[in-house]
Design a protein around this ligand. Structure first.
Ligand SMILES: Nc1nc2c(ncn2[C@@H]2O[C@H](COP(=O)(O)OP(=O)(O)O)[C@@H](O)[C@H]2O)c(=O)[nH]1
Ligand SMILES: [Mg+2]
Length: 428
């Protein structure tokens, strides 16, 4: 059977069994008939009803469960939607899903298909769908906040407002163009040009906010310095687990090690590196080359070597490690001992402070690469006709409008839909 947009789909939308409850969603034109057949009639819309569920094929009782009925189009998918909250055991869920697949017009949903229908039916736009995907993947407080803003339409509303203003500018400039053609009169194009400039400034501001990738992957906190400085011990202490091998043999750490951690709700990617020194061991030399690259790509560098040797990077913290046994030199920022815990609170605070500056503030939204690309194109369009003749200016506005449409997915975008909705799990 080939998938069709008007198939009725079903899936387990809650987590893997066993669990206390399992939520099964059914969406599409046959949802009402399926629910009525299983639950002995439709419950009142949007009210939970306790029902015996039966398999319509043989009348066998399946479970005592909550049944909900949401008539479309005002639903999460924009279609008729039913929910069964069954007991979350594997056998119960398998049996209910089995009964549903035996009904005419019903089939199991593909990954992300519920959300895809929500998009297709206009219940959400593309930026909101991306926010929902991010929300499901969010592991830290900062990620959750950004995803919720996106899902709630913060970006979509900004784009809508820009579209309206650019449309006004377009209408004015087109009128001037038409009028000018016939009567050879110079229209007043100051207003549309001012609108384009204002919108360009606002888009540039949004583009200047920290990118979503850093929010998704974490701020890169790199530990570097000479061998035996205490990098791996500090890495383990910050990660809260023994991820790196620690010995008193110089050259123990040879590769780059990564550990994602959340600090005060900020996502960090801790990176431990091989000690930087000249040596003959070929494996260690590869490790040292990788360490140098990691240092270059650091968002925050914890330098455990001599302060005067610290690389000249804006976000370098000169850390005097092992301060329980070694006297910290002058010019260090923080003295710590991963063994006694001394100074660790200060170090965590200093990292969190820097991370907060590198991640979007509560009032900002972080854009992903796709959204940024589209906004950069819009900005290029708005700047294209600056100081140029009206015809070129009007063309620039048209380019900007098309680019903004790509942010919310109103343009021809079939190719990228699979990519996005493939990120969802089945039942979402
Ligand atoms: N007393 C003390 N020893 C430490 C501390 N941190 C690391 N060490 C010791 O210093 C040696 C080198 O540590 P390691 O973390 O492997 O250094 P790396 O080569 O920079 O990764 C090991 O013997 C550790 O046990 C510390 O804070 N206090
Ligand atoms: Mg090490």
């Amino acid at each position: 059977m080939t998938d069709r947009r008007d198939d009725t789909i079903f899936a387990l939308s809650s987590g893997a069994p066993p669990a206390a409850i399992g939520i099964i969603r059914i969406s599409g034109p046959a949802a009402a008939a399926a629910l009525a057949a299983m639950a002995g009639g439709l419950p009142r819309p949007r009210q939970a009803a306790l029902r015996w569920l039966v398999d319509p094929a043989d009348g066998a009782r399946l479970d005592h469960a909550l049944a909900l009925w949401f008539p479309g189009p005002g639903t999460a998918t924009g279609e008729d939607l039913a929910e069964l909250h069954v007991h979350g055991g594997r056998a119960v869920i398998d049996r209910v899903l089995g009964a549903l697949s035996g009904m005419a017009g019903l089939r199991a949903a593909r990954a992300g298909e519920f959300t895809r229908r929500a998009f297709a039916n206009g219940a959400i736009d593309l930026a909101e769908a991306e926010g929902l995907a991010d929300l499901l993947a969010a592991e830290t407080e900062a990620q959750r906040r950004n995803a919720l803003a996106l899902m709630g339409g913060v970006l979509s509303q900004k784009v809508d407002a820009w579209q309206h203003r650019i449309l006004e500018a377009s209408a004015r400039i087109e009128a001037i163009l038409d009028f000018g053609d016939e009567d050879d009169v110079e229209g007043d194009d100051a207003r549309p040009r001012a609108i384009a400039d204002e919108v360009a400034v606002e888009i540039a501001e949004l583009l200047a906010a920290p990118p979503a990738e850093r929010l998704r992957d974490g701020v890169r906190v790199v530990l570097a310095g000479p061998p035996n400085a205490g990098k791996s011990t500090l890495f383990n202490a910050l990660a809260g687990r023994d991820a790196a091998i620690v010995t008193d043999i110089p050259g123990t750490t040879r590769d780059v090690l990564e550990a994602p951690v959340a600090l005060d709700g900020w996502p960090l990617l801790l990176i431990d590196t091989a000690g930087l020194r000249d040596g003959d061991d070929p494996v260690e030399r590869i490790g040292i080359a990788r360490a140098s690259r990691a240092v270059e790509e650091a968002d925050i560098l914890l330098w455990l070597g001599r302060p005067e040797d610290a690389p000249d990077l804006p976000a370098t913290l000169r850390v005097a490690a092992r301060c329980d046994v070694a006297v910290p030199g002058a010019d260090t920022d923080i003295a710590v001992s991963a063994v006694t815990g001394q100074g660790m609170g200060d170090l965590r605070r200093a990292i969190a402070e820097r991370a907060a500056r590198l991640l979007p503030r509560e009032s900002e939204i972080a854009l992903n690469l796709r959204q940024r690309d589209a906004l950069v194109d819009a900005l290029d369009g708005l700047r294209l006709g600056k100081g140029q003749e009206a015809l070129l200016f009007a063309e620039g506005l048209r380019i900007a409008r098309a680019a903004l449409d790509r942010v919310t997915g109103r343009a021809g975008i079939e190719d990228m839909l699979d990519g996005l909705f493939g990120r969802f799990c089945i039942g979402k």
